[in-house]
Design a protein. Structure first.
Length: 565
């Protein structure tokens, strides 16, 4: 077989497809639609996270086909393959949620496995739900082959009585129903109207946060993160991404040329300005680890001191992502941040141009828009993502402090050994003003899987206790969570962190100004309790959760499964 194109364009596929000995490989591909001329083209994979288990991903098969068309039109040969997705929104508050963070690693491992095995020269990765996106990016970093990430797009809002709804509306309606603030019929009306079709959860929750971060990092085409899931813009974005991978191959640009400390700082900056999810801390740390870039939780503190919160987006704000899309997406905001010296404009992106060059083509927001505040009058002068330390979190914790709850909370501990027990107490009206709800043994290893606490935090909000109650945990929070919350407490309780020895009635103080999470007992008493503490038995001894618990790092290290290798 004759193979003419430059080895530069086929650095991996030529080893799999070219020459006499590779005839069996070529034979296997004729039945899946290959023609003889296809073997000499750059082989480009399309990693699709399509699944019918969630509306976030139900349309991604169509988007994958659009990317394949873009690849083929640019002279490549596209091959679509699938990986898994799970639904945080559906599994939230159940045992199944333990698989959520685990799925990030499964997605990364599976994309790496297929691309590595098949000898693809590059690939497009398309993600829709929370863990898809960092999973795709971890694989991109590990493989270091020409790659572009495509966000599946945001959902449009549901509507009831002229009011916009989303999935968090339903979670909070559960708390409202438990407090008898709404009727059973009203709850049913909310749940049946909140999710109108395809796309990721509609506020600045984890999916939209991570999509925005990845664009700021340089791995998506401009405004890929701010498009409706079902739209002509998203269709074009997918086709253009396919073309862009071929352009990266021609230019010899690999992910390692785009990943840099400055690029990750851009991602952190955009997450803060948008008021994004606490999960961004965990995922960006994991992505940086895979890219061999040193990013730590202290970088979030350093950057957070100079970057303001500008976006008035849910869950803490008033607007949905679809409304930000209508005024131009995140690119005009990034243009402003660049002008203020808050972004590194010289960072390379998947367009083959720098971030500054990409942004120059776009206009500013229309006058009188109310979603993105000016830098001179921010919603919050410093980051809402506050890294805390102290005798309750020696190795760090992540607080989400919008400022609306205040900067400091002191109260008495109400201790629960699991999310389910805490939720039952909240719904039963057993939590009172001034309580600090402590949910432990929900960390990466102890859970295992570090479940998100959207059910209890939403129940707190639904009962009207958002400013009167705090919640702390070694688990995580959904991007939809708001209120006075602290997660990612490290060391986790399962590993003998101080959270394990907190008792009902202990005084706990959360102070965002001093960045402290404090347990109001003496160091001597802490040492005494820790000496008497006994490590619980693992919840799982076989299967993926057991393997995950055995290998996962701490939350402050990104909860990755290959740390220290």
């Amino acid at each position: 077989m004759n193979s003419k194109p430059s080895a530069k364009l086929r650095p991996y596929s030529s080893l799999v497809l070219d020459g006499l000995s590779r005839a069996p490989s070529r034979a296997m591909l004729y039945p899946v639609g290959y023609k003889e001329s296809d073997f000499s083209k750059p082989q480009i994979g399309v990693a699709s996270t399509w699944s019918m288990v969630t509306p976030c991903n139900m349309h991604i098969d169509q988007l994958a086909r659009e990317s394949a068309l873009g690849i083929d039109s640019a002279g490549g040969k596209a091959t679509i393959f699938n990986t898994i997705t799970i639904s945080d929104g559906i599994s939230m508050g159940t045992e199944g949620m333990r698989y959520s963070l685990v799925s990030r690693e499964v997605i990364a491992d599976s994309i790496e496995t297929v691309v590595g095995c098949q000898g693809f020269d590059g690939f497009v990765a398309i993600g829709g739900c929370d863990k898809n996106m960092p999973g795709c990016m971890i694989a991109i970093a590990r493989l270091n082959r020409a790659a572009v990430f495509v966000y599946g797009g945001t959902i449009l809002p549901g509507c009831l009585a002229g009011k916009n709804l989303d999935i968090v509306s339903v979670f909070e309606a559960v708390g409202q129903r438990a407090a008898e603030k709404i009727s059973g019929k009203e709850l049913h009306d909310v749940e049946s109207c909140a999710i109108p079709g395809a796309g990721s959860c509609g506020g600045m929750y984890t999916a939209n946060t991570m999509a925005s971060a990845i664009e700021a990092l340089g791995f998506s085409l401009p405004n890929s993160s701010a498009q409706a899931a079902i739209s002509d813009h998203k269709t074009k974005d997918c086709r253009d991404a396919g073309v862009a991978v071929l352009n990266l191959l021609k230019k010899g640009i690999r992910p390692s040329d785009i990943f840099s400390k400055e690029a990750f700082e851009n991602a952190v900056t955009v997450c803060i300005a948008l008021g994004g999810s606490t999960n961004a801390v965990l995922h960006l740390l994991a992505m940086a680890h895979s890219a061999n870039v040193r990013l730590t939780i202290e970088d979030f503190t350093r950057i957070g001191k100079r970057v303001p919160v500008l976006a008035d987006l849910k869950p803490s704000g008033r607007y949905l992502m679809s409304e930000l899309v209508e005024i131009g997406g995140i690119v005009p905001m990034m243009k402003t941040l660049l002008a203020e010296g808050l972004l590194h404009g010289g960072c390379l992106t998947v367009t083959g141009k720098t971030l500054k060059q990409n942004l120059s083509a776009f206009k500013h927001y229309p006058k009188n828009q109310k979603i993105i505040a000016p830098v001179s009058k921010p919603l919050k002068k410093e980051s809402h993502l506050v890294i805390l330390r102290g005798n309750l979190a020696p190795d760090g914790a992540v607080a989400k402090i919008s400022g609306k709850e205040g900067e400091r909370f002191s109260g008495k501990a109400r201790v629960f050994e699991s999310e389910e027990k805490a939720l039952s107490a909240i719904l039963a009206g057993k939590i009172r003003k001034g309580d600090v709800i402590v949910i432990r043994y929900e960390g990466p290893r102890g859970g295992p899987g570090m479940r998100e606490m959207l059910s209890p935090t939403s129940a707190v909000m639904g009962r009207g206790l958002g400013k009167d109650v705090a919640l702390i945990t070694d688990g995580r929070f959904s991007g939809g969570t708001h209120g006075f919350v602290v997660g990612h407490i490290t060391p986790e309780a399962f590993e003998g962190g101080p959270l394990a020895i907190v008792r009902d009635g202990d005084a706990i103080t959360i102070d965002a100004t001093t960045r402290k999470l404090s347990l109001g007992i003496s160091a001597k008493e802490i040492a005494k309790r820790l000496a008497a503490w006994k490590k619980p038995k693992p919840r799982y001894r076989r299967g993926v959760l057991a393997k995950y618990a055995a290998h996962v790092s701490t939350a402050s290290q990104g909860a990755v499964t290959d740390f220290g290798f």
